[in-house]
Ligand binder design. Structure first.
Ligand SMILES: NC(=O)C1=CN([C@@H]2O[C@H](COP(=O)(O)OP(=O)(O)OC[C@H]3O[C@@H](n4cnc5c(N)ncnc54)[C@H](O)[C@@H]3O)[C@@H](O)[C@H]2O)C=CC1
Ligand SMILES: C[N+](C)(C)CC(=O)CC(=O)[O-]
Length: 481
């Protein structure tokens, strides 16, 4: 985003991938203009964006920027005009890519990044008729998966990488151009071998999916291939692994050098089994199932600070929670993820406390008891909390917390958090008492310096506000005092 307002991105081709790019940019505050001659494009992109809205914000414990504006254009030229990034996602046919890139190059501004989502074409092929595109190959769903393979002009790839990081993605620059880049070459190997296994009657499409998701698929999200196999070599590591399994390279473990004949019979066999396996659910339902699982996995990796979880954390660090409500600081602002809801169809009790705990973290940052302070060996420990559940909260609701300091005397920090729903209703209060603690000695101690000063300042300001609902005992009737 520029200081003059949101920057504009153009999406040329708004199918599965173009729609995903549109959602990723839009939800990160960019204005997005789409050109796609399909009369159904607006409906389809609308459905993809709806799925993105319920999943992408759920990755973060902070709010994403204000959403940009989405415009559908009648011409490619109109979409591209003044865009800082033009992303082509038309079908994978080289002649169509040439035609489209000729039009984009003619219409785009000189400084605009022109990216192609191509799964397999090299930049030298895309540009053989004079265009200036780089490959920016994403993964489906583009709004959730961080990886984008960048191939082509170094300076353009560097500029593109910076923008991709700002929208929570992970740019991987491919060292030399090659057909199908990196990941699709790996996927193609699994895909071809799987087609053989179904064609030869060894396994059904469902058996193959179970073989992936019950086993090595689980490993791949967190350690990839080489780190996983290093561990599989036992204490002797990769050398031992290679000594043991190296000979398999010349055993008949693979048919990769051969491809099954691509004909109607093969398509019928695979599509028929796939329909039997998953046809009871619509594609949009399957997408939502996939997205919920991906959010869960990405959030788990965020907690363990591993793999793609690090990308989510890095993006989250750039997001800001700020502002005031009723004169009190806003210390939490986030969307309620589906993983916070339960069998009663609303936010589970546990997560009100989690939200209160995050609001405490937010308040600690405000008084200078932030990550650097904690790393210096001082922190706060919670010793008591009281949650009042006042109104239901549902998946997708915007949850905001304000924090009021009731007392900051000595070692004590007594906070009263109010949790509000997006419609402004008070959903809960979390009253919590914390003690300032020396992390090395594991003993309480009195805070000094900036933290003590800020506590005194907040206490002075916040004492002027009422704290209706604070100090109640469990089971106390409303209005009984
Ligand atoms: N589907 C996937 O899993 C992935 C696909 N890709 C790549 O993304 C690109 C697009 O693939 P999908 O989105 O899957 O295809 P798609 O068929 O879902 O969408 C293509 C869209 O382009 C539109 N289109 C056709 N001609 C056009 C033109 N002249 N100008 C503007 N729009 C036009 C179509 O109406 C359609 O909406 C391909 O290069 C593909 O290799 C990349 C990553 C993953
Ligand atoms: C099947 N595919 C080649 C279009 C896959 C990709 O390009 C990436 C993905 O999302 O799997």
């Amino acid at each position: 985003m520029s200081s003059d307002g949101p920057s504009k991105v153009a999406i040329i081709g708004g199918g599965v991938i173009g729609g995903g790019w549109a959602a990723r940019f839009l939800l990160n505050g960019f204005d997005v203009s789409v050109f796609d001659p399909d009369p159904e494009a607006e409906r389809k992109i609308g459905e993809v964006i709806a799925n993105a809205r319920r999943s992408l914000p759920a990755l973060y414990d902070k709010p994403l920027p204000v959403e940009g504006a989405l415009t559908f254009c009648d011409t490619l030229e109109e979409a591209v005009c003044e865009a800082i990034w033009v992303q082509e996602s038309v079908p994978e046919r080289l002649a169509l890519k040439h035609e489209t890139h000729a039009a984009i190059s003619a219409a785009a501004g000189k400084g605009a990044i022109i990216g192609s989502s191509t799964s397999g074409f090299k930049p030298s092929e895309l540009n053989e008729k004079g265009a200036r595109a780089i490959v920016a190959h994403p993964f489906n769903p583009v709004y959730l998966l961080p990886l984008v393979e960048l191939v082509g002009d170094k300076a353009t790839c560097e500029k593109a990488a910076e923008i991709l990081r700002s929208i929570g993605m992970y740019p991987l620059t491919v060292k030399k151009e090659i057909d199908a880049h990196i990941a699709d070459r790996l996927l193609e190997a699994i895909w071809r071998e799987s087609l053989w296994l179904v064609k030869d009657g060894v396994a059904t499409t469902e058996d193959i999916d179970e073989a992936i998701r019950m086993g090595f698929g689980l490993r791949f999200a967190q350690m990839g291939l080489f780190e996983t196999y290093r561990i599989a070599g036992g204490e002797a590591g990769m050398k031992h692994f290679m000594a043991q399994f190296g000979p398999a390279l010349s055993w008949p473990w693979t048919k990769l050098m051969d491809v099954p004949e691509f004909n109607d019979e093969l398509v019928g066999l695979i599509a028929g089994q796939s329909d039997a396996q998953s046809g009871a659910k619509s594609i949009r339902e399957l997408e939502r199932e996939r997205d919920d699982n991906l959010v869960g996995i990405l959030r788990a990796l965020k907690v363990s600070d591993n793999a793609s979880g690090k990308v989510v954390s890095a993006h989250e660090a750039d997001l800001v929670v700020s502002g005031e409500r009723d004169g009190l600081p806003v210390t939490l602002n986030r969307q309620v993820p589906s993983s916070w809801t339960d069998y009663n169809g609303h936010m589970n009790e546990t997560f009100f406390l989690e939200a209160g705990s995050k609001a405490t973290d937010g308040f600690m940052a405000l008084i200078g008891a932030d990550a650097a302070y904690i790393a210096s060996g001082l922190s706060y420990f919670t010793v008591e909390s009281h949650v009042r559940y006042l109104n239901e909260v549902h998946e997708g609701d915007r949850l905001t917390a304000t924090s009021q300091l009731l007392s900051g005397q000595g070692k004590k920090m007594h906070l009263f958090h109010r949790l509000f729903r997006g419609d402004g209703e008070l959903a809960a209060t979390v009253e919590t008492l914390l003690l300032h603690t020396d992390l090395k000695a594991r003993r309480t101690c009195v805070p000094e310096g900036e933290v003590a000063e800020k506590l005194a300042e907040f206490e002075r300001i916040h004492s002027g506000f009422d704290a209706d609902g604070a100090g109640r005992f469990v089971g106390e009737r409303p209005g009984s005092r």
